[in-house]
Ligand binder design. Structure first.
Ligand SMILES: [Zn+2]
Ligand SMILES: [Zn+2]
Length: 274
């Protein structure tokens, strides 16, 4: 993924020459354009340039100085990144902790996700498995923050539990589930957070099946996090595994679509409070 350096020299030090800031509004993190982009001297802050085509007609093109950064900021704002992750702007903000195999597993995941972002577009996404608080969501958000703000890739983040409540809400207001699900099928990259959390009722599994099957058929990149381990990592005797939670059909698709990465660890949030 190439870093855009065009017109960076015109930007100010207030925004570290990035052209934007992030802040949280309502429940979401949002990026706002810095004044150095808002008041772009090339286009007077309109974001477009008027040019003439061969027949002499005027038409608009994105401003060569600020159009690209405006598009990327829009992508970030459409990704639905939760407010508490407003400072997670790159994969490198994840720092492996613990010792021995714990630290190694986190370093492996960090290295994989870093390469994934660097080499994007890729053929497969990834699944981050591990207990609560090991940093799975942080790592996934670092990836899509970079992909939107630097790469301009269309990404959507969705907590699976929240998706289900959005669907129930849509039904109760007489809307079809397609209005909620369609954007998640269409988006270039989808992050499903907390996959397999909840009851795993037939209805929930049916929603997940639709989502996964359609993205699978369209060869789209899916990233997920889950508290459950896959059957080849987990021990069924010590608790449920992901494959049993989601069923064989969804599990086998996920294995084809994703590289499975295990993050071992003590609970990050707990160790912060100690
Ligand atoms: Zn600035
Ligand atoms: Zn401009």
């Amino acid at each position: 993924m190439a870093v855009d350096t065009r017109a960076k020299t015109q930007r100010c030090t207030k925004c570290y020459k990035r052209g934007w800031f992030t802040s949280s509004s309502k429940n979401q993190s949002s990026a706002e354009l810095c004044d150095c982009v808002q008041n772009c001297i090339s286009c007077n802050g309109i974001g477009y340039d008027r040019v003439k085509n061969e027949s002499g007609y005027d038409f608009l093109i994105p401003c060569p100085s600020c159009g690209d950064i405006r598009r990327k900021v829009k992508r970030y704002n459409l990704a639905g990144i939760p407010a508490k992750f407003k400072d997670v702007l790159e994969v490198g903000s994840f720092h492996p902790r613990g010792r021995g195999s714990i630290e190694k597993s986190q370093q492996r995941a960090l290295a994989y996700v870093g390469e994934f972002v660097k080499n994007y577009p890729n053929k497969r996404g990834f699944m981050l498995m591990g207990g609560a608080g090991v940093g799975k969501t942080h790592l996934a958000i670092g990836a899509i923050s970079e992909m939107t703000l630097i790469g301009g890739v269309r990404c959507i983040f969705k907590d699976f539990f929240y998706l289900l409540s959005e669907l129930k809400d849509a039904y109760s207001h007489g809307h079809s589930e397609n209005e909620v699900i369609e954007p998640l099928i269409e988006t270039e990259v989808l992050v499903i957070d907390e996959l397999a959390k909840g009851k795993s009722s037939d209805w929930e599994l049916n929603i997940l099946d639709q989502l996964i099957s359609k993205r699978y058929n369209a060869s789209k990149i899916t990233i997920a996090t889950t508290n459950y381990l896959s059957a080849d990592c987990g021990d069924r005797a010590r608790g449920e595994v992901l494959d049993d939670r989601v069923g064989e059909r969804i599990a086998s698709r996920l294995h084809e679509m994703c590289e499975f990465l295990l993050l071992e660890g003590e609970d990050f949030r707990q160790s912060k409070n100690k």
